[in-house]
Design a protein around this ligand. Sequence first.
Ligand code: SAH
Ligand code: SF4
Length: 344
Amino acid sequence: MDKALTGMAPAEIAGACSFREAFRGRQVYHWLARGATDFDAMSDIAKAERERLKARIPRIYSSTVAQELEDEDGSLKLQIRLKDGAAVECVLLEDIEGRKTACLSSQVGCPMGCAFCKTGSLGFLRNLGSDEIIEQFHFLGARKGEISNVVFMGMGEPLLNLEEVRKAIAILLDPEAIGLSRRKITISTSGIVPGIRDLAAKGPQVRLAVSLTSAIPGTRSDLMPVNKSYGLEELKAALIEYQEATGERITLEAALMGGANSGADSARALVEWARGLHVQVNVIPWNKVPGLPFSEPSRDELEAYLRILEDSGIEASRRMRRGRGVMGACGQLGDTLKAQEPGA
Ligand code: SAH
Ligand code: SF4
């Protein structure tokens, strides 16, 4: 499947447009980064040349917005229809300081099968291309204004699609394109050890979040099958390697399900496991997914959990619960998608 211009580097654009002069590729790249969706907007390209481009490339974008859902808290969830008929969702979350965070998907569905996650229950169809990733960013920006942060916390496991995620991040980071700082971009992984090692060795050096969920091996394996392939010790070794290579602090995410992994024993296990790592912990009270056999943790459980972390000197915060009114919060993406079949 051909990639759309939106996900290409300038030289690739020059090739796809068969420009004789290389700088023309950069020109189109600039316009796309500023959100242009057709060649007519590219006013510094001569009219005849624009006509040639329109005939050669009738559609700049590969995907379209199929549905928009806005929550009372201002969060916006978009359902994106892809060129093969499959669909993904992405979300724009705005906090009280006005920071706008785009939560992007990296795959159609997800192969990891975490027991508590809506996306995991859909199964996996395919990886997204860098064009399909960047288009989510532009669709959200076009509706909500300038985006300040990007998190790869939508549908899918970004470290199983690292090459396309890398290409998209290169466009997000490039000062001549979107120009976000590397600290404003976060990759969240379920704990794919080879991917973490690859990131440590080759970058990009953006922020890394790891969905630990539980540091008790049996509990983690029950909730996240990935633990059977990459166990807690192996994961920790990879994170130590990552920290040695980058000097960066890692975020651990702990989605807490009442009674399953929210007790004091779980909090203490996390503290033990995290010894020797430089981390902060983001606690996410479970967001409801109809049909999944979990419940939200009680307020007391949540507070006790956070207190154990803080008393042991680990910085911990509670993730804001935005986007829940449109099933756009963590782990809820996919409810507007009936089946992950092309043409569905
Ligand atoms: N696949 C990647 C990124 C997407 S999931 C990963 O797993 O890290 C983003 C975050 O949402 C993860 O930390 C995951 O543990 C959490 N999550 C999944 N389902 C959830 C739910 N129903 N409620 C709260 N958090 C959930
Ligand atoms: Fe996939 Fe992340 Fe959901 Fe697990 S939590 S199924 S890795 S999207």
